[in-house]
Design a binder for this molecule. Sequence first.
Ligand code: GAF
Length: 379
Amino acid sequence: MEMKERIKSEFEKRFGTDGTLYASSGRINLIGEHTDYNGGFVFPGAIDKCIMAEIKANGTERVRVFSIDIDEYVEFGLEESDAPTQQWARYIFGVCREIIKRGGTVKGFDAVFAGNVPLGAGLSSSAALESVFAFALNDMFNDNRIDKFELARIGQSTEHNYCGVKCGIMDQFASIFGKEGHLMRLDCRSMEFEYFPFKPEGYKLVLVDSVVKHELVGSPYNRRRESCERVAAKLGIETLRDATMEDLERIKGEISEEDYMRARFVIGEKQRVLDVCDALVKGDYETVGARMYETHNGLSKDYEVSCEELDYLNDIAKECGVTGSRIMGGGFGGCTINLVKDALYDKFVKTASEKFEAKYGHAPKIYDVVISDGAHKCK
Ligand code: GAF
């Protein structure tokens, strides 16, 4: 059964009525990693993998929600003290609370949801979950008065205050603002953004999922952010967006080797995003690809968020002659994103699958992605 049909039939079975369907997407990011919380640039797009929810106000002060994929039902109230213990439900509870804290309205509702964003793959299933509920609750209880930027911030604050991840704005922004066939270059300092048509002639974007997750994402991620903040504080600036390599060299002796490496990556990454955007406009995919490899190298050696398996996938891509390849998202496992010539696609997928399985005993998962719309009400 299609996802939509499964949700509708489950909703009807549990609540004896029908509600409104909403969806919001996972995301890819072509380049610009760990730059969002440093006030830098990112270049994401929403993808054709989403979380879909059917929702209806229930006239009470309680939320009743069923996750089809986890096969679990949870009920909670809307006061701070009502926080559920289940991680997945905390994302929804957090969104409700963050809307209320901003003076918005949330009343009790019933919901059933499901999704096809692979979990733990770095495609931001959590942002898709936050965004679908933020978008829906804005529509249902707030006459869409909360603007889209604030909806993204509601998801981000949910991560900070209810899930322990001090993330930037990229994932929620992409999930809310995504547009079919377009990537978005977002300046995370000014929040200005531009849509870039993305239909690379003769190339495919392929995600290769290592299906490994080495560490709990929260604390190592937050430690990376703290390193950047320490360096910015040392330089007397708000974020590393305003730092140059010369600035960093100047204070090298006053910061730890680790903080130095983290900042070196972030400062370099800022320019790479701009280079990739320029190259895309010119149809220069070789430059796009070269910058992707540089990003991988920086994420692996300086930012240290890669792992053996992802470095191996990157090496295979290089050996096969893939135009660009790099780890995508927060790191510590998940996917590589690869820009592959059409003619090389079959060979690359076969080689990567066989070699990876021979070395690690399980095959990677391959996802072809289509750049799609972000949060919306379903027809
Ligand atoms: C995770 C975070 F949620 C984003 O904000 C971003 O920092 C990303 O890691 C790394 O670019 O997805």
